[in-house]
Design a protein around this ligand. Structure first.
Ligand code: MF3
Ligand code: CO
Length: 251
């Protein structure tokens, strides 16, 4: 069952999204050589709660932290810990919070200082841009496959690959609602997009092959070929005027 969001729900989704966006911005400012990924977790927890939110990742199927921090070949779901960030590391930060009963979920990727190569910089740019292509394709009257195909076509035309095993999702009172939102698919196919549909679109894009493994910690997803991976995510709600991004500052 897909619950379409009312105008009042949408206002609460904006509140949740704003908290996530603000805290993500704070976290990116902490990223510099010498900090550990674990240093980000108490900041995430504290800053979410300071804004009246509750972290949603913590305890989700036993996940042990309030934020995911995935470095270099780590795709998503990296657990904050003793790993020390080095110059040119590619860091993906994923954050979720519930505010007034609704969830916001977003992710950004960035380099610690300068990128290690022009190709790595291009991976980051293309991954972020693919998210905006997907969002632009999320139009009432269209189909879910329009979003998926927009992401996939853009990514693959630049020679990068789309992770298949993990996908975006519906979002609202729960972090993960129907439908699943793959970052690959066929235009014109799938669910009819309606006003009030809330989605988290989150391309996970690899510089090399699309295959991934999960580490023995049961969470950390890594590229099988060891290549770099980037991840961007926004929570959006569809309206007659087009898609509205919830996880932005001042939304
Ligand atoms: N943005 C991720 C997702 O949508 C975050 C989930 S991490 C978890 O799946 F630890 F909460 F599972
Ligand atoms: Co998500």
């Amino acid at each position: 069952m897909i619950e379409l969001k009312s105008d009042r729900d949408r206002e609460k989704m904006r509140a949740a999204g704003r908290v996530v966006a603000e805290v993500l911005q704070i976290l990116t400012r902490y990223v510099r050589p010498g900090i550990t990924t674990g240093d980000l977790d108490p900041v995430a927890d504290r800053e979410i709660r300071a804004r009246g939110g509750i972290p949603v990742f913590k305890g989700y199927h036993g996940y042990p932290a309030s934020v995911c921090v995935s470095v270099n070949d780590q795709v998503v779901h990296g657990i904050p810990g003793p790993r020390v960030l080095k110059p040119a590391d590619l860091v993906s930060i994923d954050l979720g919070a519930v505010v007034e009963g609704f969830v916001g979920d977003a992710a950004v990727s960035l380099f610690v200082g300068e990128p290690p190569s022009p190709q790595a910089a291009e991976l980051l740019r293309v991954t972020e841009q693919s998210l905006y292509r997907g969002i632009a394709a999320a139009q009432v009257g269209g189909r879910l496959g329009d979003i998926s195909a927009a992401v996939q076509d853009y990514v693959e035309s630049h020679g990068f690959s789309v992770v298949r095993e993990f996908v975006g999702h519906g979002i609202g009172r729960e972090m993960h609602e129907e439908p699943q939102v793959p970052n690959y698919g066929v235009r014109g196919r799938g669910l009819l997009l309606k006003s009030g549909l809330a989605l988290a679109i989150e391309p996970m894009i690899n510089l090399g092959g699309c295959e991934v493994n999960v580490l023995p910690d049961g969470w950390t997803v890594v590229t099988r070929d060891g290549s770099l991976s980037a991840h961007f995510e926004h929570t959006i709600v569809l309206g007659a005027e087009g898609p509205e991004i919830m996880t932005v500052l001042e939304a």
